[in-house]
Structures are given as structure tokens and as C-alpha cells.
Design a protein around this ligand. Structure first.
Ligand code: CA
Length: 605
């Protein structure tokens, strides 16, 4: 027995990440993290044509080594051994693989203004495989009676309903993080990752994720992966024995971030506040990663490339963007653009104001003393304006003027047409609740999101008027999608059990999203808007071939179409139009009236 165990020990496989890589990448350097007991006392060896072991780095923890590989252009796809020698024995060995890069991988196009994104929380959308609800080794078991617990939703559940998603007119899916969150409780949301290279087994396997993305692509649906660089989960394998003391931000006692992202761009900000902002922890169970550590920086950059390449991603949504080291984030984006020039990444910049949001949007040249190189940001200022605009009576700054003034600050963004715009998301009170459960306001707001500039994102359940207030707890805004679990009384996929308003809303979303899919003018048309007058906001989207005219009546009475001469620079004398929502041909738009609290989408003829 003793001999066998010694023998097994000698053949031990260390943990190596990235677990494999590709030939033909733009950047030929690859840095491997190796984790095994006393691995720093070994001497690594690689013999493979075209691959050079260019450097070996140790940290203050002898259980880690970092290997710098140079993968030459002449390196062929294949497998080779990395041997770790000690005392003339091979102490550890790892079979490394360089895979062949898929054709056109570098040319992949990212999501863009032509898309409508569905945001779905994988634990709460549909349970396609009850057998994976409780998995061996995973600390938290499913409990559908617990609002903050895991409910059993998974990748198969989303895959099973891709037909519904496609029929609703969604062209892209962003799932909240799917990577392993092996934490004892409150693990369903996915933002406390415990393994950056592994899909949570309660959602499926890595192979299931690849399959899911393939299924999406078959239906013309793009997939955006939610990634988190700012922190990991407490249960991450490296937390117990960190590669180095500065791997995570350490404090004498637990110190939370001040969550004041404006300090990053504030010319008057105190160092104390800045440090607390990005080095304070997001939460007690989320160790704050220090991207100023060069090895961790490489780790995170390679991890994101690995997923793009391995899973065939169409985009990334980066969580808590302002909380990470901003010099690192810009470096990451430059590397991503080098490998994938046409890719798209949206950074979550949860900020109240336009200027401090635009600070995070990248550009060709440096503005504001900083260039993130980030193509897309989440447009929270637009969200907050919609939250209020439809409830208010008109004034110089309120009501429709709110929408106008937000958009009038678009000069701050390099490309505002790439802002991701949204009625709500997984962290906010649900849209229908915020709209006061008023179907007219709900529809007006959606028309705005589908027709103004930006990339619309719609949270699952919005189409069936799901309600929920954030202050009551996140469980209330992340309820299970009805019909996603066997035996559900209501089935939103089939419509069974939905009330009249829900069916009307679902049909409305379906109609407009399908219209938008083919309405290229709503994707790339230049936005021209007119100062709202008397509660009526008129704007246009104009491209070479088409002109779209949107008229919003925010009054509780119907109004006549405003005199058209004011808009003639866009209308150019035309009077005929097709109204998209009511599906009506209109002979003379000057003669129509707009019902109370409603919008018209006019395709000018
Ligand atoms: Ca399941």
C-alpha cells in the first residue's frame, strides 16, 4: 500500500490554469499558474517544438509557480508534458494541450445596436434538469421555498426555451454569471465565483455551456458572458492559501468599499476615499482581487480570452467595472481588441450621472485623462430618467424633458449608440412596478427603449409584467419565470394562466422586438430629437433609406399631432406613414391625434 501511495504521489497532477490554450493567438506569451504542494521547489521542463519555457516565477507561497510560455508561430496544435522535477524525480506532471484555433475566431463580431438582449438569471428562468439541482461537493442545495436560495434553474432550462426567446424577438442573451459559486448560502446569483474555469455543476458542465451557445447561434441568438474581475467568492480554491499576500486586498479588519465610484473621475477626490472605493471589499464573502498584482492581472486577462475562444462568445458583460484597478481594466480592453477587433464588451458602470458614466466609455483618443478603451457602458442615467419621466407632469426639466436632457449630453460618449439601455435589471425594482403597474406607461417606456439610440436589454419576466420591489430583498425581483418548473400553475411560455394584461404585454413586446429586428433604421439611424413641448416628445431615426418618427404623448388627454413644419428638416414634406404599433397606413399624419399616455412609431413613406 505504501509503495502504491508513493507511486501515485509521484504521478500527481498539479492544478494548472488556463487548463489548455490555442495556437495562432495574436499574443504569443502565455502565463500558467501552477498550484501543488511545494511546487516552487521543483524545476519545470517542457519539450515541444515551437514552445519555449521563457520564465519561471516564484511567489512567497511555495505551493505556487508561474510559468511563462512563448508559443511560437511554428507551434503545432497538440499535447505535451510539463514535468516538474525534484531530486532527480518527476514530482508532478501535467499534460498540456494547445488546441487549433477555429477559423474566423479572431474576426467574430460582437453584439451591437441591432440586438435586443434578454437578461435572464439562470437559477430563476427554468429548471431543465432537476437531476442537477443538488450536486455532490456543492455546499448549497436547492430550496425553492427560500427566496434567497437556489431554485434549480439551469442551462438546459434556457436551452429548452430558446424557441420562445427567439419568437419573442430577442437576438442576444446575457445570463448572470454561470461559473461555479460553491458558497454555503446565497450562491444562486453567481457573482461570488469560486472557479474561474468551471461552469457551476448545478447549471451544467462546461460542455453544456458550449452546447447552449451553439444552440443559440443556430437560432441567430448571440451570447454575452457575465464576468467578474473585481472579486471572487470566499470558497474559491486559492483563498485558503493565497499565491501571495497581495493577491487580494488585505485590511486589518473587514473593510467594505464605499461604493462611491465617482471618486475615480473626481478631480477633488481624496486618496483615502479612492483606495477604499477600489480596495474595500464588495461584501464579506467576496475577497477583493488586486489586479495590480501582475500574475493576477495576467490570470484574469487570459481567463476572459479562454472563455471567448472556448465557448465562442459574442460579448462580455463586465461586472462592477469601476471597482477594479482602472489602469488594469484599460490594459485588459486593449488586449481584447488586439485578439478580437470586432468584439463587444459592456462594462457595468452603475452611476447616476451622464458625465461619470461617460468617463468609462472608451474612445480613439484619451479624454478626461483616462481611456478605458471599453466599447459599451450600461446607461443608468437613461434608466433613471425613464423611471421618473412618465409619472411627472411637464416642466422645464421634468416629464419628457428628462429624456431629452439625458440624451442631450451624449457628446460625453464616444459612441452613445453602443450604450446598453434598459428598463430595469436584476438589481432594481421591476419595471412594471416602477411604472405604477400602468400598462400605458409601460408601453411608452418600452417604445422609447426600442427606438432611441443604444442597445436595448430587457430583463426576463418584463414581458409578462412581473413585479417586485428591490427594497424588499433581491428575491422579490428575481422570482422564478412561470412555466420554467414542471407543475407550475402558470406557464408564460405557452400563455396558459396569464391574465389579459400579461398577454397584451407579451404580445406587445413580441411585436415590437420582432419589428425592431428588421428595422435597421432603429439600429443605425441618426437620432434627431426636438425639444418636448406640452408633454409631447418627437424624435427621429434617420439613415440613408428610411426615416422613423416617434411621437410620445405624456399627457393624460389625447393631443393632436403638433404642427409639422417644426420637424420639416426630418420629415421633408412627407405626410404618409405606416404606424408600426397599430399596423395602420396613415394617409396624412398631420391629421391624426395621439391617445393619452401613448406613443406612435411612424415609418415615413
Ligand atoms: Ca436543475
Amino acid at each position: 500500500m505504501l509503495l502504491i501511495s508513493v507511486y501515485t504521489l509521484a504521478q500527481e497532477t498539479p492544478k494548472v490554469e488556463p487548463p489548455f490554450w490555442w495556437t495562432g493567438m495574436k499574443v504569443t506569451e502565455l502565463q500558467l499558474i501552477v498550484h501543488a504542494e511545494g511546487v516552487a521547489y521543483t524545476a519545470p521542463r517542457i519539450v515541444y517544438p515551437g514552445v519555449q519555457l521563457a520564465g519561471v516565477s516564484k511567489t512567497d507561497n511555495p505551493d505556487y509557480l508561474f510559468l511563462d510560455l512563448r508559443i511560437g508561430e511554428d507551434a503545432e496544435p497538440g499535447k505535451f508534458r510539463i514535468d516538474f522535477d525534484r531530486d532527480e524525480d518527476v514530482r508532478y506532471t501535467y499534460e498540456y494541450e494547445l488546441k487549433e484555433r477555429e477559423n474566423l475566431s479572431a474576426e467574430r463580431s460582437g453584439f451591437g445596436p441591432e440586438d435586443v438582449i434578454l437578461l435572464a438569471m439562470p437559477d430563476r428562468f427554468s429548471n431543465g434538469d432537476p437531476a442537477n439541482d443538488d450536486m455532490p461537493g456543492m455546499l448549497e442545495k436547492a430550496d425553492r421555498n427560500n427566496r434567497d436560495g437556489r431554485h434549480g434553474g439551469d442551462l438546459k432550462g434556457v436551452s429548452d426555451h430558446l424557441d420562445y426567446i427567439a419568437e419573442m424577438g430577442f437576438t442576444a442573451i446575457w445570463l448572470n454569471p454561470v461559473l461555479e459559486n460553491n458558497n454555503p448560502n446565497y450562491s444562486y446569483h453567481g457573482y461570488a465565483i469560486t472557479d474561474f474555469y468551471k461552469v457551476d455543476p448545478r447549471f451544467g458542465t462546461n460542455a453544456d455551456y458550449v452546447q447552449f451557445i451553439g444552440d443559440c447561434h443556430d437560432l441567430g441568438i448571440r451570447v454575452i458572458m457575465d464576468m467578474v474581475f473585481n472579486h471572487c467568492g470566499h470558497g474559491h480554491w486559492w483563498v485558503e492559501s493565497l499565491p501571495s499576500e497581495d493577491w487580494v486586498h488585505q485590511w486589518p479588519e473587514f473593510t467594505r468599499s464605499n461604493f462611491r465610484a465617482p471618486v475615480n473621475s473626481d478631480p477633488h477626490a481624496a486618496e483615502f476615499d479612492k483606495i477604499k472605493m477600489h480596495s474595500g471589499w464588495f461584501d464579506t464573502n467576496m475577497p477583493d482581487l488586486n489586479q495590480e498584482n501582475e500574475f493576477l492581472a495576467n490570470y484574469l486577462i487570459q481567463n476572459s480570452i479562454w472563455w471567448v475562444e472556448f465557448a465562442g462568445l459574442d460579448g462580455i458583460r463586465m461586472d462592477t467595472y469601476p471597482y477594479s484597478d482602472q489602469a488594469f481594466m484599460a490594459r485588459w480592453m486593449k488586449r481584447m481588441k488586439l485578439e478580437y477587433p470586432n468584439f463587444n464588451i459592456v462594462g457595468e458602470a452603475w452611476l447616476q450621472k451622464e458625465a461619470i458614466t461617460a468617463y468609462y466609455s472608451g474612445s480613439e483618443s484619451e479624454r478626461f485623462g483616462y481611456n478605458s478603451h471599453l466599447p459599451s457602458v450600461t446607461d443608468f442615467p437613461l434608466h433613471y430618467s425613464v423611471d421618473k419621466a412618465f409619472h411627472e407632469s411637464e416642466s422645464w426639466t421634468e416629464g419628457m424633458a428628462r429624456l431629452y436632457y439625458v440624451l442631450s449630453q451624449d457628446f460625453l460618449y464616444d459612441n452613445p449608440y453602443y450604450n446598453v439601455i434598459f428598463p430595469d435589471n436584476h438589481d432594481m425594482s421591476r419595471y412594471y412596478t416602477v411604472m405604477g403597474e400602468d400598462l400605458n406607461k409601460y408601453k411608452m417606456g418600452l417604445v422609447f427603449f426600442y427606438t432611441t439610440r443604444g442597445i436595448p436589454m430587457v430583463y426576463y419576466g418584463t414581458e409578462i409584467l412581473m413585479c417586485g420591489e428591490e427594497h424588499r430583498g433581491h428575491g422579490h425581483i428575481r422570482e422564478d419565470f412561470p412555466g420554467g418548473w414542471e407543475g407550475d400553475d402558470v406557464n408564460a411560455f405557452s400563455g396558459a394562466g396569464l391574465n389579459e394584461n400579461q398577454l397584451e404585454a407579451q404580445q406587445f413586446v413580441k411585436q415590437l422586438q420582432n419589428w425592431r429586428r428588421n428595422a435597421s433604421v432603429a439600429h443605425d439611424g441618426k437620432l434627431i430629437h426636438f425639444i418636448p413641448e406640452a408633454g409631447v416628445y418627437v424624435y427621429f431615426r434617420i439613415n440613408e433609406n428610411e426615416t422613423l418618427m416617434v411621437v410620445m404623448n405624456n399627457n393624460y388627454q389625447s393631443v393632436n399631432m403638433p404642427a409639422l413644419d417644426r420637424f420639416d428638416e426630418c420629415i421633408k414634406g412627407r405626410r404618409q406613414a405606416f404606424e408600426v404599433i397599430g399596423q395602420l397606413n396613415i394617409a396624412d399624419i398631420s391629421a391624426i391625434s395621439i391617445p393619452p399616455k401613448s406613443a406612435l412609431i411612424l415609418e415615413l413613406k
